[in-house]
Write a protein that binds this ligand. Structure first.
Ligand code: NAD
Length: 502
């Protein structure tokens, strides 16, 4: 596998300036396909958080961003989308180098990030309020106002796209931002910062800090001058964010983990269900919060479906993610690789049957990277660790079911509620299940899709709030109510008090 090292010097973006960390420290970032260092990035600390928040505060309170017309903001956001498209191939390559996802998925992520900026550029003029009928001569209306400084903390599985999902709606609403990418994948977020500057988004509106979550992320979540926190990551980290932000009662939105069911009934188009189910678990090497990690098969089709499914999964080409022909890349880090392998061991010891994979590939070329074979466990019980905890790797649990009630009960029986898929040609059953499954995103006869137009987010411990769509504007604006007295008569409550009455 070719070694690629970026020669570029990466810097933090604070107040429109590209600067080193206050401490001067840097940290290495790796290529998960080879575990070689590809760049060094600044290691921000609390002092940098203070600088970035101060810049964002100033830009919000005094800068031109909030005073611009929605059209002017939209023009700059569209320019961000344009530059992303112009540089698509280069940025996709950088994404693949830094997070290991296959190049075709990285290209799709850059294109989707550009679409996200365009979508929210179109909504800058849509932050509408209401007029509210009142008794008497009162006129009442609401306005939606930006929160101010938004701290945004994102994970490593979709480094650029998660940044776009956070930054674009916050900008559309007129906020300013301090964004912290995951420590493992800092590069494309820093490039997005450069693009925002090139697109004439005013200095201090977008600030980007790279550094460890426990220090930089925590300092953002606690900072008294940050008005809102938007976080995507593990449920456990989400809990910590809630604790840290409680001190200053921040507005918080969370996009967290999942253990999503994928349910196949006997009346489904089984070939399509096999293909869709492969996509639903093995894209991005299973590192999707919406990965359909539990495959529920009706007993009448269980064996036939599995034999087709396993045969196709066994042919997935694992390899160099920069090669167009590769279908699955490595997981993000050595640590994650070990974690996934330990889940595999645990599943075996709890009695699940390893039907495919379960180890690192034998191929000599792949030994340096964090590759794991597509892995399928059959005869899984829904209460086993492998069916309850988020693995975040290419590992599927297959569970047999008898009827609709049983599968709904099992599908809902986790702490998560992010997504679900139902494969059936029975229209009534499809909608019945869509309403009974406790998840924020249900797809019917389709694996998973998240266009900017549709809301995205979790029930239960999968999160708080909805990203994407018009709903994301609710995450980045607050409602102000204004009441106006139109009466000619003077208001005088105490003057009207009947004489002698207390
Ligand atoms: P993570 O929780 O380890 O890290 C997420 C971010 O939080 C990173 O930027 C990290 O540096 C930072 N962080 C870590 N500790 C922190 C702390 N104490 N205080 C503040 N910030 C801290 O998650 P990850 O491993 O990067 O990503 C994988 C997880 O993200 C999975 O659980 C996955 O399901 C979830 N995810 C959810 C969605 C969604 O939209 N629901 C999307 C993608 C990923």
């Amino acid at each position: 596998m070719a070694t690629e090292v970026t020669t570029k010097e990466y810097r933090l973006l604070i107040g429109g300036q590209f600067v080193p960390a206050a401490s001067g420290e840097t940290f290495p970032t790796y290529n998960p396909a080879t575990n070689e260092v590809i760049a060094h990035v600044p290691k921000a600390g609390r002092e940098d958080v203070n600088r970035a928040v101060a810049a964002a505060r100033k830009a919000f309170d005094e800068g031109p961003w909030g005073k611009m017309t929605p059209m002017e903001r939209a023009k700059r956001m569209r320019r961000v989308a344009e530059i992303l498209r112009e540089r698509l191939e280069e940025i996709a390559r950088l994404e693949t180098l830094n997070c290991g996802k296959i190049i075709i998925e990285s290209r799709a992520d850059v294109a989707a990030s550009a679409n996200c900026f365009d979508y929210y550029a179109n909504l800058t003029g849509h932050m509408w309020g209401e007029t509210i009928p009142m008794n008497g001569p009162l006129f009442d209306y609401t306005v939606r106002e930006p929160y101010g400084v938004c701290g945004q903390i994102i994970p490593w599985n979709f480094p650029l796209l998660m940044a776009a999902w956070k930054v674009a709606p916050a900008l559309a609403a007129g906020n300013t931002i301090v964004l912290k990418p995951a420590s493992a994948t800092p590069l494309t977020a820093l490039v997005l910062g450069e693009i925002c500057q090139e697109a004439d988004i005013p200095d201090g509106v977008v600030n980007i800090l790279t550094g460890p979550g426990v220090e930089v992320g925590a300092a953002i979540a606690e900072h008294p001058d940050v008005d809102k926190i938007a976080f995507t990551g593990e449920t456990e980290t989400g809990r910590e964010i809630l604790r840290l932000s409680a001190g200053t009662i921040k507005k918080v939105s969370l996009e967290l983990g999942g253990k999503s069911p994928n349910i196949v009934f006997s009346d489904a188009d089984l070939e399509e269900a096999v293909n869709g189910s492969l996509f639903a678990i093995f894209t991005n090497a299973g590192q999707r919060c919406t990965a359909r990690t539990r495959l529920f098969l009706h007993e009448s089709i269980h064996d036939q479906f599995l034999s087709d499914f396993i045969a196709k999964a066994g042919k997935i080409r694992v390899g160099d993610p920069l090669e167009d022909a590769t279908q699955m890349g490595p997981v993000i880090s050595k640590r994650q690789c070990e974690r996934v392998l330990s889940f595999i061991e645990r599943a075996r010891s709890e009695g699940a049957n390893l039907a495919l994979g379960g180890k690192r590939p034998d191929d000599e070329v792949l030994q340096k990277g964090n590759f794991i074979e597509p892995t399928i466990f059959t005869q899984v019980q829904n209460d086993m660790t492998i069916a309850q905890q988020e693995v975040f790797g290419p590992v599927l649990s297959v569970i047999r079911f008898r009827d609709e009630s049983e599968v709904v009960e099992m599908a809902n029986n986790t702490i998560y509620g992010l997504a679900a898929t139902i494969w059936t040609n029975d229209l009534k059953r499809a909608h019945r299940l869509a309403s009974r499954i406790r998840a924020g995103n249900v797809s019917i006869n389709f694996p998973t899709v998240n266009p900017p137009e549709a809301p995205f987010g979790g029930f239960k411990q999968s999160g708080i709030g909805r990203e994407l769509s018009r709903h994301a504007l609710d995450l980045y604006t607050q409602v102000k109510n204004v009441v106006v007295n139109l009466a000619d008569e003077r208001f005088d409550w105490y003057g009207k008090w009947p004489v002698g009455q207390k």
